[in-house]
Design a protein around this ligand. Structure first.
Ligand code: UD1
Ligand code: UDP
Length: 359
């Protein structure tokens, strides 16, 4: 029995290739949703659009401080794993769901597989950096997306035989859904946009959004891009960001704010954008895969492969640097190669899990 633990939108997206492969191979598995994300646009829409089976369990943990959320997830995961005799559980990435799921499982001596292991920003102010380090060190199977990620793990003393370089499941998700997105949705028409004639922005990192100064700078930077290029800046707003913009009364007139979008809509917008500006991890990767220039509104990244191949630049969180980043990156031609694999990560991960079950 394979337990797939997920709780946030990107975990649903990045686990979808693994779930599809378990379905295809008719394996015994279950989905445990922690409920870290719960509003329709952050959760259900992805199950519907990606046609994923219902989770067998939903812990409904909701939002809270890091300790509250992590503790609720651990208690709930433990309860489920005591009932379900799992051979292995899979967690993904660097969320509170991933670290709490891994910790609860490993204390019950259930083997843990970490999907997207070995990423490092080397910035411990990020809650995600702490989560990913801990999840890696608790895991029995480390599915590293790239050779760089593997090297990070080896440097920290993790046994070589536990690591398998698979590529990133985000490539599978993009390849599996881009055509479907082009057939099923027409978000450009809905938003009255022309291909390659708009910027796409997202921002939700705690260190950007909870800092009033940084949030204001990011909004000012996006506004100045819209003014300089006379092109729309489309900004699907994460609920954390929406709440802070509202609380602080930040002026967002020049920016085309929308509610968070479904994956099919977002993927289509990304693929046709002039460039993207983001602090998201997944969006840095997807832009690289789709051949769209990216400026990352952070001072570091755990996705250095995107910098190495030349699809991404770090512009920090100051308005002037964000504008300069757009000036530079908007004209890039996509000649880079995708460093995240050929879209078979989900298959490789499930193959290893299936073999683990029989050991
Ligand atoms: C979490 C992850 C982050 C990941 C992101 C994906 C952690 C520490 N952070 O950040 O790594 O990049 O998910 O999107 O796990 N909210 C809602 N509806 C929801 C979910 C959240 O309104 O469905 C609001 C709540 O006010 C909540 C806030 O957003 O307090 C933040 O949610 P939370 O899950 O704590 O962190 P994210 O910023 O989403
Ligand atoms: N995404 C989406 N709708 C949106 C914004 C993002 O479907 O309005 C998708 C995006 O394609 C990517 C994932 O959400 O696959 C990224 O999630 P997020 O930025 O929340 O988290 P991170 O990757 O930073 O952990």
């Amino acid at each position: 029995m394979i337990g797939i633990i997920l709780g946030t939108r990107l975990e649903i997206i990045k686990m979808s290739p693994v779930i599809r492969e378990c379905e295809r191979r008719d394996l015994d598995y279950f989905i445990l949703h922690t409920g870290q994300h719960y509003t329709y646009e952050m959760d259900r829409v992805f199950f519907e659009e990606l046609e994923l089976p219902e989770p067998r369990y939903n812990l409904d943990v909701g939002s809270g401080t890091h300790a509250e959320q992590t503790a609720r997830i651990m208690t709930g995961v433990e309860r489920v794993l005591v009932e379900e005799a799992s051979d292995i559980v899979l967690v993904q990435g660097d969320t509170n769901t991933a670290v709490a799921g891994a910790l609860a499982a490993s204390k019950l001596h259930v083997r843990v597989g970490h999907v997207e292991a070995g990423l490092r920003s080397f910035n411990r102010w990020m809650p995600e950096e702490i989560n990913r380090i801990l999840a890696d060190h608790m895991s029995d199977y480390l599915f590293a997306p790239t050779e760089k990620a593997r090297e990070n793990l080896l440097r920290e003393g993790i046994d070589e035989w536990k690591i398998c370089v698979t590529g990133n499941t985000v490539v599978d998700a993009v390849y599996q859904n881009l055509d479907i997105s082009m057939k099923k949705v027409n978000i450009l028409k809905e938003l009255d946009l022309q291909p390659k004639s708009y910027f796409l922005a997202t921002a939700h990192r705690q260190e950007n959004i909870d800092s009033t100064a940084r949030l204001r700078e990011i909004v000012r930077g996006l506004d100045s891009i819209q003014k300089e290029f006379s092109l729309p800046v489309v900004f699907p707003v994460h609920p954390r960001t929406e709440k802070r913009i509202r609380e602080l009364g930040v002026e967002t007139n020049g920016i085309g704010m929308t509610k968070p979008l479904g994956f099919l809509e977002f993927l289509q917008l990304e693929s046709q954008a002039k460039m993207v500006l983001t602090d998201s991890g997944g969006v840095q990767e997807e832009a690289c895969i789709l051949g769209v220039p990216c400026a990352t509104m952070r001072y570091d990244t755990e996705r250095p492969e995107t910098l190495d191949v030349g699809s991404n630049i770090l512009v920090g969180a100051e308005a002037q640097r964000i504008l300069e980043g757009a000036r530079s990156a908007a004209s890039w031609t996509a000649r880079w190669r995708n460093p995240y694999g050929d879209g078979i990560a989900g298959k490789m991960i499930v193959m290893v899990c299936a073999a683990a079950r029989s050991n």
